[in-house]
Design a protein around this ligand. Structure first.
Ligand SMILES: CC(C)(COP(=O)(O)OP(=O)(O)OC[C@H]1O[C@@H](n2cnc3c(N)ncnc32)[C@H](O)[C@@H]1OP(=O)(O)O)[C@@H](O)C(=O)NCCC(=O)NCCS
Length: 133
């Protein structure tokens, strides 16, 4: 993957929580905008993939927002940033996240400890993604 395309992405070598924080989806309110979650792409150098992550505050679950942002990040990664493959990791009990990843085309690859968490590692290849549309 061309490194210049990734210069705008955050990198991290290790992380105990999920401070993705590249983009915070927000809602307008009469007192201004406020963040309702965050999502983004991070280069996980220790693991060797560009990671897609998303999370929302509980009042905003079940409204299709994670699917919407995940799908937007997939398009941005493949169409604008020149990324050829994305990864994502999810705790096996996080059924909603697994469902979101599968809806946008990710497939489960393997179980692995990622950042100390028992995880299912998912991936999506640009060719598979384009082929599915
Ligand atoms: C996981 C999370 C991001 C999902 O966000 P969301 O905006 O509610 O997701 P969406 O509404 O786009 O889609 C959720 C899908 O999972 C399904 N789902 C939710 N809970 C489910 C469950 N327990 N079992 C099966 N399916 C479930 C929903 O029905 C929906 O699928 P559908 O559109 O086919 O009906 C949100 O719950 C969250 O932020 N959780 C806490 C943080 C987290 O786990 N982040 C993920 C780290 S990778």
């Amino acid at each position: 993957m061309p490194s210049e395309h990734l210069s705008g992405l955050a990198t991290r070598s290790s992380c105990s929580s999920l401070p993705r924080g590249l983009i915070s989806p927000s809602r307008r309110h009469e007192q201004g905008s406020f963040a309702i979650g965050d999502s983004g792409l991070l280069v996980l150098q220790d693991y060797g993939w560009v990671d897609l992550g998303f999370r929302f505050a509980q009042p905003y679950w079940g409204k299709g927002l994670a699917t919407e942002v995940a799908s937007a990040w997939v398009r941005t990664a493949f169409d604008e940033l020149g990324v050829s493959r994305l990864g994502a990791f999810v705790h096996p009990e996080n059924v909603a996240s697994i469902h979101v990843l599968e809806k946008v085309g990710f497939r489960a690859e393997r179980h692995e400890m990622v950042m100390g968490m028992d995880s299912i590692v998912f991936s999506l290849d640009v060719k598979t993604s384009k082929g599915s549309h």
